[in-house]
Design a protein around this ligand. Sequence first.
Ligand SMILES: [Zn+2]
Length: 167
Amino acid sequence: MTGTALTLRAFPDLFPDEDAARGWFERARWPDGPICPVCGCVNRACWLRTIRRWQCTACHRQFSVTAGTPMHRTHLSVNHSQREYARTDSAAGHRVHVNRVESFNGLLGRAVVGLFHFVSPKHLGRYAGEAAFRWNRKADACLERMAMLVRGGVGRTLPYRFLTGTA
Ligand SMILES: [Zn+2]
């Protein structure tokens, strides 16, 4: 897909199920084949179809495409026909959002009011950073921005216990 516009209605066609979303995520994260997050071997993993995970042929560890990213333990697809546009893994506290922007302040303001509902001053920088990422990349094609987010999220997890200060 080319161009910058990617509507919510286009998502079900692009990602009709979890496998399609995972495939896209894998191509974005690993253009040269799966990379073992444990030993770093490139394209030396077997796909375990029944459990939908990769297994490294060198160190035998199993991993998913979301390992070591903020998307770890989340679902990669949502059911738009059921008016589902974000899915939260309550254990991990991660969320995937899709928004349009008119201006940065509008974007951040709408996000605070309509999306986050409450913004802790402790984490305001994180909310603003997320809005800035979207603002700075608004001219990019949506799928390109999503791929950039995938690559930029590798190794940048934020455990819920750390986020809440209970660690
Ligand atoms: Zn390995």
